[in-house]
Design a protein around this ligand. Sequence first.
Ligand code: SF4
Length: 324
Amino acid sequence: MLRWYDQHARTLPWRALKGQQQNPYYVLLSEVMLQQTTVATVKAYFERFVDQWPTLNAMAQASLDEILVAWQGLGYYSRARNLHKALRQLSEQQSFPQAPDDLKKLSGVGDYTANAVAAIAFNQAVVPIDGNVIRVLARVFALTQPLPMLKKTVAEKALLLADSDRPGDFAQSLMDLGSLVCRPQQPRCEICPVVSMCVGYKEGLQQTLPVKAVKLPKPTRYGIAFLNVNEHRQIWLRRRPEKGLLGGMIEVPGTEWTEVPVEPVSGGLQRGVVKHTFTHFHLRLTVYKTNEMPQETEGFWADTNALERYALPTVMKKVLSFLS
Ligand code: SF4
């Protein structure tokens, strides 16, 4: 694996060049961005972030709003909030912990990220277990258990494999092999460096592993959003609660999102329906235009020509597209 990695490692903006020291801030930032988001998307965001905040301390000193605005389009905003908290913790303690158990004390850092940072930035002999690593090792060892049980078995196998000299490169070699060779569909076994020891390949199971867990269908939730624009072309917006889905982001006010379809409302003009899918549910948001003065005090008027200043999640951008 290491021989293959030396020749085929992907060039990624957060990776140190051969012989250079890894920057732990880069590793943490990229690993948090890469949770739930593809490498292709993350590259551009990562470069913009380190341009704007070249060091851990610089990003720790930024306001949460600045970070949420820059994060727009990456989704799963709780990652940005936790990352910001973690960087502040690191900045205050003025040291970067190296062991996975210490890294896990940072906000939003779980098993995967702790192991990734420990291995890649600090050469600790651990292996981060993500979808790529699960797929590769399930195939190499022909593990036929479905998830989530499979993850535990993969973690045990991975521990036996962790390389004590170059654990960071070993972890990254698994990630790269999963992305370039042992792909989800049509693995390229003919060019794989571990084909001779791959039991899944020998048994012809490479296309069927890992065994997928049965997925339950996503429920649909419904709600109403109100576009309230005053005579100065300002719109009434509010901030979502810090905790929970899209926490701390700015939104157009509206009803709660429930599994009961919404009734038409009087006193407003229906502009359309926004469809959006979150990880755990689909959302159908009916958009109304209204001129009634907002009843709630928790909110503010925002200039409709300067909405890019606000940390608006994609679903709210869809709602605001009905402004014109
Ligand atoms: S031989 Fe095929 S299935 Fe096995 S690890 Fe390599 S690419 Fe994956």
